[in-house]
Design a protein around this ligand. Structure first.
Ligand code: GAP
Length: 535
């Protein structure tokens, strides 16, 4: 599958548009069109339903250490600036970037790599943003251009070692930037905070500065006590929240994969420290299975444990659920969701103030005068267990998913080009989105075979009966084969057709998008029949 084909389909059929496109677009921002908005809603609803509303707190689900409760939350995007100071985002949520003085482009330092090459008595480092084989081709192409050589003179380039990160190069004077013609145009790496800043109220001074949240998680931690005090939930329990997050990513890329505005679906699961390891294991598997159940195949989906060097400073274990996105080189995977064991780091930070690691401990970070660098709320966020009479700070397991990344993965996996017979039975190429029926934007389309003989009237009746049950689409224009093709591209799993036989015996055909199987049901049974297949 070529990514360009999927991007074109998304635009053509109204899944995704570039934001503000009529003004030339805005890099890193995407709008969901009429079909896209339904797809993303379905993903969010599947997550909410599977994780929160249909969870039965009276029994332990398979693989869980015990029963647990789940509740939801919807906190604000802009919160008190102290939230981000204590969480560490204000000081630590940075990327390093380098600028090119010649091309005026900005790159993420950790994403630039390159190769040393020597020709015509000069040794230079050719930098690229590309990955894998593309990076090899790109660096060769740039080296040839720099040394003014033709492709057939490629043997005059003497490569010195494999592709290595730009961070291995200490002096940038011999570096050829990814979009530069001259050497030494890249600046030294500079830190760049990823939080979008804004100002509250009319005055606009630094005292009124605030941030758009870069994750939904902190809204859950700061409401931990509210939820405990206003409900009857008891540890172990989880608080789920989904909503927009904003990150001023330096290099948004790969369609919606890395956007500047995106939606997260996060759970903060609070448990006793002694059982936290078992809960972490449970959530890793539970979340991995969720993607499998919605149609991502295990060959392209993996659960990867972070190595000790990769772990965030607060985490005692993190695993990523990763999908083999087609824009990545073969064998590479991109993150869909992280499941982190965060210990008591977050609740402690919001009680005591910003924490830093000291040996194996976390302690409050202090300034030169010994005062906390960022003061916590001072509120008691401990938990008292009535049964054991024990007071403790719960540990947190955090499954943190992205709704847009999930939508992109489901679209990539669903995109398929195959051959299907047209109305004359001749095999013709078709593009089909084999989305899981739960995720499909439209569940069924209703067609009269022809626009006469009372067929449209019957089809409209069926359409009206289905409309209150699930999203359906009515179409009577053009040849029925073309109508099927349009629905295949939209990912509609079932098409219901009223034909000559309907007039005789009151049955209609139902066509399955993936198998192309057609079967007949009574016209009044359509809703039940489709509902049965939507699970
Ligand atoms: N609270 C933890 C947290 O936010 P993260 O790994 O930074 O962890 C969680 O983000 C998920 O949010 C990612 O796995 C991804 O699905 C999504 N996400 C993060 N940054 C994103 C971006 N720039 N564009 C789209 N999705 C993003």
């Amino acid at each position: 599958m070529r990514m360009d084909d999927l991007v074109a389909l998304c635009k053509r059929r109204g899944f995704l548009y570039q934001s503000s496109e009529i003004y030339g677009g805005l890099n890193g921002f995407w709008d969901y069109g009429p079909l896209g908005v339904e797809l993303k809603r379905n993903i969010r609803e599947a997550w909410w339903q599977d994780m929160v509303t249909s969870h039965n707190e009276l029994v332990a689900p398979p693989g869980a250490p015990g029963p647990y409760e789940m509740v939801g939350l919807d906190s604000t995007i802009i919160m008190h600036p102290q939230v981000w100071k204590c969480s560490g985002h204000y000081d630590l949520f940075h990327d390093y970037m380098v600028d090119c003085r010649e091309s005026k482009k900005r790159y993420r330092y950790d994403q630039l790599q390159g190769r040393w090459v020597e020709a015509k008595g000069q040794r230079i480092f050719v930098a690229t943003e590309a990955q894998g084989d593309e990076a090899l081709k790109d660096t060769e192409h740039k080296a040839l251009r720099y040394f003014n050589l033709r492709a057939k003179q490629a043997s005059e380039l003497h490569w010195d070692g494999p592709l290595v990160s730009l961070s291995t190069v200490s002096d940038f004077s011999q570096v050829l930037g990814p979009d530069a013609k001259a050497l030494g145009t890249l600046t030294e790496p500079r830190e760049f905070n990823l939080m979008f800043k804004t100002y509250i109220g009319a005055l606009g001074g630094e005292e009124s500065a605030a941030f758009l949240r870069p994750e939904t998680a902190q809204g859950i931690f700061v409401n931990f006590k509210n939820v405990l005090d206003s409900t009857r939930v008891r540890v172990p329990f989880g608080i789920a929240q989904m909503g927009k997050s904003f990150r001023n990513e330096i290099t948004p890329r790969n369609f919606t994969f890395r956007s500047r505005e995106f939606e997260q679906m996060e759970i903060e699961f609070f448990c006793h420290p002694s059982t936290s390891r078992a809960w972490y294991e449970y959530w890793r598997k539970r979340r991995y299975q969720w993607y499998l159940d919605l149609g991502l195949p295990s060959e392209r989906l993996r659960l990867r444990d972070h190595s000790p060097e990769e772990l965030s400073h607060y985490s005692c274990g993190t695993a990523d659920i990763e999908y083999a996105f087609p824009f990545l080189p073969p064998g590479e995977f991109g993150e869909l969701e992280g499941i982190a064991h965060r210990g008591d780091f977050d609740l402690r930070s919001h009680m005591e103030g910003k924490l830093v690691r000291q040996g194996n401990e976390f302690v409050v970070e202090r300034d030169g005068e010994g005062k906390p660098r960022y003061r916590g709320s001072g509120k008691d966020l401990t938990y008292f267990d009535e049964a054991t009479r024990q007071r403790y700070i719960p540990h947190v397991i955090e499954p943190s998913a992205g709704a847009d990344r999930a939508a992109l993965a489901f679209l990539c996996e669903a995109y398929c080009e195959d051959m299907a017979p047209d109305e004359n039975g001749v095999p013709t190429p078709r593009v089909v989105l084999k989305l899981h029926p739960r995720l499909a934007p439209i569940k069924a389309a209703v067609f009269p075979l022809v626009r006469k003989d009372g067929m449209p009237e019957i089809a409209r009746e069926i359409y009206a009966a289905l409309k209150p049950c699930f999203p359906v689409f009515y179409d009577e224009k053009g040849a029925v084969g073309r109508r099927y093709r349009r629905q295949d591209e939209a990912g509609t799993p079932f098409c219901i057709t009223v034909d000559g036989q309907t007039l005789v015996d009151g049955t209609v055909t139902i066509r399955d998008r993936d198998t192309l199987r057609q079967w007949r049901v009574k016209k009044e049974d359509c809703a039940d029949e489709i509902r049965r297949h939507l699970k």
